[in-house]
Design a protein. Sequence first.
Length: 283
Amino acid sequence: MADTTQPPGIDPTDMDRRIVFHPADRIMEVDFSGFHFDGSKVVNAFYDRLEERIQETGRDAWFFLVNLSGTRIDPLAWVAYSRRGKALNLACSMGSVRFDAAPETVEQIRRAADTENFDPNLFADRQSALVRLRSLPVTDRKKPVPKPTHTRQEIAARIRFDEARVIMEVDFSDFDFHHSRDVDDVYDYLEEAIRQSDRRWFFLVNLNGCQIMPAAWVRYALRGKRLNIAASLGSVRFAAGSETETVIRQRAESQGFRPNIRNTREEALELIEEMRAEILQGR
């Protein structure tokens, strides 16, 4: 059974109170003041909500204004905080500024900035941070739509429906998701094919050699979650690389789903049969 409880210290109402949109300035203000990120589950829960709130606005691109006054990010939380922040910035940010961070947090952010080559944009106070944000150009109107990396024919060749076993097998082996356009091209095809079948399926996903770039992760997670809710009897993934597996497991711990990652296709098929038995017993 999925664990749908919130992590300790996470109050959904408090999270929403800390996320404010200023549409006139295209700014999303995030108030982490006094907040304690004591582990990856708390980080992932907060960033899940940030992604959801951005999706609800109908706009993918915002300036980010982040209040770090009194924020504590424990070592156990830092990798997840850095990873999720990078993915969200690449997917949805036209520019990010941070203000009033404690010295130790400033040092953590500066180290990450040096390693990953981004401007930390750290300011002493909110007003200075706002001045910086308002000097930045709105870039989403000028941003060209990415060219598709994969043809529809290539995507179609990677999808197979096993009607006898009610399994939709998706072969993402050596497949790269560079950006949200790649994600949408794949999931648009999957949704169309499943609609035509007019039924739910078990999903069997081969991730051997699959690369999901940071700029694609937010969209990949959103479309995957939506498709699973709408059309999956159960999903199993196999042969995921360490980076992909880490991100899937992190998102699973905050979203209350089983990551269901196995080493081989045979092991993944065995798990699907266990799922099928559970469904039949529950009827």
